[in-house]
Design a protein around this ligand. Sequence first.
Ligand code: HEM
Length: 312
Amino acid sequence: MPKYKPYKTEIVDPSGVDTSILPRPMEMGSDETRDAKVKETSGEPIVDYAGETNPYIDYQSIDILLSLQHPRSEGYDELCFIVMGQVKEMLFKGFHFELKNAQMQIREDNLENAMEILTRAIAYAKYIADTWNVLSTISTEGFSEFRNNLGTASGQLSFMYRHVEFVLGNKSKRLATAHKNVSHVWPEIERSLNSPSLYDDVIQLLNRRGYNIDEEMLDRDWSKTYQHNSSVEEAWLKIYQKAEPTNDLYNLGEKLTSLDENFSIYRWRHFLTVQKIIGYKPGTGGSAGVGWLEKVTSHRFFPELWSIRTNL
Ligand code: HEM
C-alpha cells in the first residue's frame, strides 16, 4: 500500500458513547406500528429521533463497536489489520455458534436441523477464508511499520479461534493454557477442552444407528485431539456404499467433509499470506512462524472421511 502517514478518519466522539456492554432498552415494533408510521411519514424514512441515540445504533451498540479500533502506529496498513482481525473474531463467534448448535441437534437425532445449520457453517468457513483477500494486500514493508506494536500479541492467543478448534475436535491443553490467567474466558475454554466435539457426537450417532464403533471411542478423554480410528472408518465405508441423497448419514458425511475442506482452505490461506508478508521470520507469539503454521495446516478434523476416499 502507499507509504505515507494516513489521513485518520474520526467517526465517533468516544466521550459520548454509552460504554455499557449490556443490551440497551428498545421499543418493540409490530406490523401495526409500522403501518401507522408509514402513514405519518408519507413513505419517507424516519429522520427525527428524540434523545441522544437511535434504534439502529442501540440494537447492536454500533457506536461502541466503531470506537474499538485503535491503530498504535502511523503505518498505513494497521487499520486494515485491526478491522479484519476484529471482523474475523466476529465471524469465528458466528461460526462457533453454528457448530455448537449442529452438535446439539445431532445429539438429539435431529439430522434435518443439523444439516441446515451445517450449510450455514460451511458458508461461514468460506467467508472467513475470503478475509485473506483483504489481508493479503498488506505488504511486507507495510506490516513492518506496525509489527513491533504487537509485542507478543498473536492470533494463536485468540480464545474464540480456540473454541472453534475445540468444538471441531482439535484439542490442545498447551494452547488452552494460554488463557488460564484470564478469569472471564478460562472457564469456558476449559469446559470446551474437556467436552466431546461435534465429531464425537457424530460417532455416537453412528453407534446409535447400529454401526459397530469401538467402545473406547464412545467414552474417551475428550481433552485429547481426535485420532483416526478403524471402526469409525469401517462405519463410513459402509455408509458410503449407499452414496445416495436419500441416505442421511451419507449426506452428513459429505457436509462434514465440505466443512473440513473449507476450514483447511482458511488455514492454508493464512499460511500463504503469512509466508508472503513475513517470510521465514519468527511469529510474534513465539512460534517459528510459517514452519509452525505449515504443520497445523495439514490437520484434518474428520480423518476417516478423508481416508475412506482411497477405498471407495
Ligand atoms: C496479516 C498478518 C498476519 C501474520 C503475519 C500472521 C502470522 C501468524 C503467525 C506467524 C502465527 C504462528 C503463531 C505465532 O505468532 O508465533 C499465527 C497464528 C495464528 N494467527 Fe495469524 N497472522 C496474521 C494475521 C492474522 C489474523 C488477522 C488473524 C485473525 C484473527 C490471525 C489468526 C491466527 C490464529 C488463529 C493463529 C493460531 C493458529 C492455530 O492455532 O492453528 N492471524 N499467525
